[in-house]
Design a protein around this ligand. Sequence first.
Ligand SMILES: Nc1ncnc2c1ncn2[C@@H]1O[C@H](COP(=O)(O)OP(=O)(O)OP(=O)(O)O)[C@@H](O)[C@H]1O
Length: 235
Amino acid sequence: MPTEILPAIDPERPLLILRGVSHGYREGDRRRPVLQGVDGDIGEGRFVALLGQSGSGKSTLLNLIAGLDTADSGSIMVRGLELNRLREPERTLFRRRHIGFVYQFFNLLPTLSVLENVALPAELNGLSADASRRRAAMLLEEVGLADRLDSFPDSLSGGEQQRVALARALVHDPALILADEPTGNLDSATGRHVLALLDQSVRMRGKTLLVATHSREVAERADAVWELRDGRLMS
Ligand SMILES: Nc1ncnc2c1ncn2[C@@H]1O[C@H](COP(=O)(O)OP(=O)(O)OP(=O)(O)O)[C@@H](O)[C@H]1O
């Protein structure tokens, strides 16, 4: 698929602007609303924690920002690029190029080695196999896994798998990192380590981070806290 079809993002424009974002899911013959007019802005290099009760719509919002789904109405702009105007193949390219995603259950590919898992997003963005592997190895060293490059994900602990997932989210130098309960499946000490690495990606690499979480500890580290209540953001 040619990468040229993705409209350019403008580095001068605000990183993320949400205006009146609404979304619901079909339930029988009606649509049950989940998000009902979400407004919010995130500037470059900020760490925002997204809180809200179970079922309040945190994952729904992250999926919309990642371009995995299209909002029913409203506007989601990433550096001037209006996601709701993109067609499916463009949204795939947008996500591949500009988003790093960290999931609660890691989502590593079991048949690829640790190094291959991390190198893949860089290769998908057109970097050569050699350069992708070099960059992947460097990031894996930074998260303390230099000696596990040839291991397979199922031989790693949860915390190690999440560190691989974090390296994978950074390898293609995305504009925005989205993390959905990244510490939710880890014990508290391991969760703290992963949180410190996420925080480092903001403080040292200037990355922008939006983390859906139930953890007060994550919220305390963040620059700002968004809380989803009744389909809207309270800040
Ligand atoms: N694909 C889907 N089809 C139908 N309903 C869905 C779908 N995805 C989510 N929902 C519903 O939308 C609501 C919001 O779900 P979502 O996963 O976004 O909440 P959440 O805040 O991330 O919850 P949690 O903290 O439990 O992960 C829930 O009621 C959920 O059942």
